[in-house]
Write a protein of this length. Structure first.
Length: 424
C-alpha cells in the first residue's frame, strides 16, 4: 500500500506491477491560485505545510491569475448535493463478507432514492449478478418515475455451467464462486461461472445480460472493470476489443457514457492515454484518492487535462475510515491502522466526524464529479447523507495540521472553505 504519495512529476514506472515512489518532496513551484482562493499558491512550502500560505507573506500578492496551470488540480467551490455529487455503490447489496437479506437490500435502495440519489453503480462481478438483480427489482418497486442513472460494468460474463467451454476454462474465475476460499459474496448464485472476457463480443454479451438482470431497457454508462493484468488490458485495448465496443454502443445511442472501473492508476493511465481523445467520458478510480492513499494524483491531473470526469470510489479506504478492519480487500496492516488512529484523533480535535473529513477530501478536486459510497442498509444511507452535510464544516486548520503531522504530503491540494450543502 502506498501510504505517502509521490510528489507531482515524480517518475513512476509505467510497467505493470511496478511500484510507485513513496518519497514525498516539495513540488515544483507554481504561481497561480487554486480555484476558489484569492491567495497565491506557494512558491516555497510553508514551514507549517499550509498550501495557501507562502513563507514570503509580506510580499504584495500577485494579480489574480487568468488561468490555472495544467499541473495544478482545480478545486471545487460549489455546494455539495446528494444528487449531483454522490453515487450509490451497490456491491454491498450482494453481501460482501456477510449475507444481506433481499428486503434489507431493497430498503437500502428505497432510502437512497428518497434521499436524492440519482446515480446507482453495480457490476456483474458483485455477487455474480445478484447486485444487479436486486438493484433492478428495488428500482422497479420504488423508483417512482425518478430519472435515475444506472451504471454497470463489463469484463466478466456470467455463464451457466453448461456453457463454459474448454476455451473458457483458463479465464473462469472459480475462486469467486460460492464455496471457494476467495469468494467474498456468500449469497452469490451457484448456477453460473464467471468468465473473464474483455473482447468486443464479450462486452456486448455482458451488456445484454446486465440489462436482463436489471430489468432495464438501458443503462446510462458502462465501465471496463478490473482490466489490470496484461492479458485483460490487451483484450480491452485491442482494435475491435472491449473499449471499441463501448464506443460503438455510445455512437448508436445505446449508452451515454464510456467509462472505466479500476483500482490501479497505472493501468487507467495507460488506457486513457492509449486511446484517442474523446474515448472516455469518465473513469471510476477506486482506492487511489482518500485520506490514506493519494496515489491517483497524476491520474487526476491527466483526466483534468483531457476533460475526463473522475468518479472517486473507495473514499473510506475500503471501509477503514468508517470503522472497518480491511484495507484493499485484506486485513489492514499495522501502519495503516496507526494512520487511521491519527486521523481519528485529528477529527475529534476539531469536532468533525472522520467520514465527513473523508468526503470533503474525496470531492475537493473539481475533476472529481462524484464520489461513490457503498452501503448495505437504509441507516447507512442516511448516515452518509449526514456526513455529506458535515463535509462543508471541516475547518481549514484541520488540513493545515494534517500536513504538519505528515498525514498529507505538502503538495496534496486540500478543500477550500465550502458553502453549506444542498441536501435535497
Amino acid at each position: 500500500a502506498v501510504l505517502t504519495p509521490a510528489p507531482p512529476h515524480a517518475h513512476r514506472p509505467a510497467a505493470a506491477g511496478s511500484e510507485s515512489s513513496t518519497t514525498a518532496t516539495t513540488p515544483p513551484a507554481a504561481t497561480s491560485s487554486p480555484v476558489g482562493s484569492s491567495r497565491p499558491w506557494p512558491s516555497t512550502a510553508s514551514p507549517k505545510g499550509d498550501p495557501y500560505q507562502s513563507v514570503a507573506m509580506s510580499a504584495a500578492p500577485p494579480p489574480p491569475p487568468t488561468s490555472i496551470p495544467p499541473d495544478v488540480l482545480h478545486l471545487r467551490t460549489e455546494p455539495l448535493t446528494v444528487g449531483q455529487h454522490l453515487i450509490l455503490g451497490c456491491s454491498p447489496l450482494a453481501g460482501i463478507y456477510a449475507s444481506v437479506p433481499e428486503k434489507q437490500a431493497t430498503d437500502t435502495i428505497k432510502a437512497a432514492l428518497e434521499l436524492g440519489f440519482l446515480d446507482l453503480d453495480t457490476a456483474p462481478h458483485y455477487g455474480l449478478g445478484l447486485s444487479e438483480a436486486r438493484l433492478g427489482r428495488a428500482v422497479a418497486a420504488h423508483g417512482g418515475g425518478r430519472a435515475v442513472r444506472l451504471w454497470s460494468k463489463v469484463g466478466r460474463v456470467m455463464k451457466p455451467h453448461a456453457e463454459v467451454t474448454a476455451e473458457d476454462e483458463p479465464r473462469a474465475e472459480r475462486g469467486n464462486m460460492p464455496g471457494a476460499a476467495g469468494c467474498i459474496f456468500p449469497d452469490s448464485p451457484t448456477d453460473v461461472t464467471p468468465v473473464l472476457d474483455y473482447t468486443g463480443p464479450g462486452v456486448r454479451r455482458s451488456h445484454a445480460d446486465s440489462l436482463r438482470r436489471l430489468g432495464a431497457a438501458t443503462v446510462h454508462g458502462l465501465r471496463v472493470h478490473d482490466a489490470e493484468d496484461e492479458e485483460r488490458f490487451a483484450q480491452a485495448m485491442a482494435p475491435g476489443g472491449g473499449i471499441d465496443a463501448l464506443v460503438e454502443l455510445r455512437s448508436q445511442g445505446v449508452i451515454t457514457c464510456v467509462s472505466l472501473g479500476m483500482n490501479d492508476p497505472k493501468y487507467v493511465m495507460r488506457m486513457i492515454t492509449g486511446k484517442p481523445p474523446g474515448t472516455f467520458d469518465s473513469i471510476m478510480s477506486a482506492g487511489a484518492w482518500n485520506l490514506i492513499d493519494q496515489d491517483g494524483y497524476e491520474l487526476m491531473l491527466e483526466c483534468q487535462r483531457r476533460g475526463i470526469k473522475v468518479h472517486n470510489a473507495g473514499i473510506f479506504a475500503s471501509g477503514l475510515l468508517v470503522g472497518g478492519d480491511y484495507y484493499k480487500y485484506e486485513a489492514a496492516p499495522a501502519e495503516v491502522l496507526e494512520r487511521r488512529r491519527r486521523w481519528n484523533e485529528l477529527a475529534r480535535q476539531y469536532g468533525v466526524p472522520l467520514p465527513a473529513v473523508a468526503i470533503a477530501f474525496a470531492l475537493s478536486p473539481a475533476v472529481v464529479e462524484k464520489a461513490a459510497v457503498g452501503v448495505k442498509s437504509a441507516e447507512e444511507v442516511r448516515v452518509n447523507v449526514q456526513w455529506l452535510g458535515a463535509a462543508s464544516t471541516v475547518p481549514p486548520a484541520l488540513w493545515a495540521e494534517a500536513k504538519v503531522l505528515g498525514l498529507l504530503a505538502d503538495f496534496v491540494p486540500v478543500p477550500p472553505p465550502m458553502p453549506p450543502p444542498v441536501l435535497a
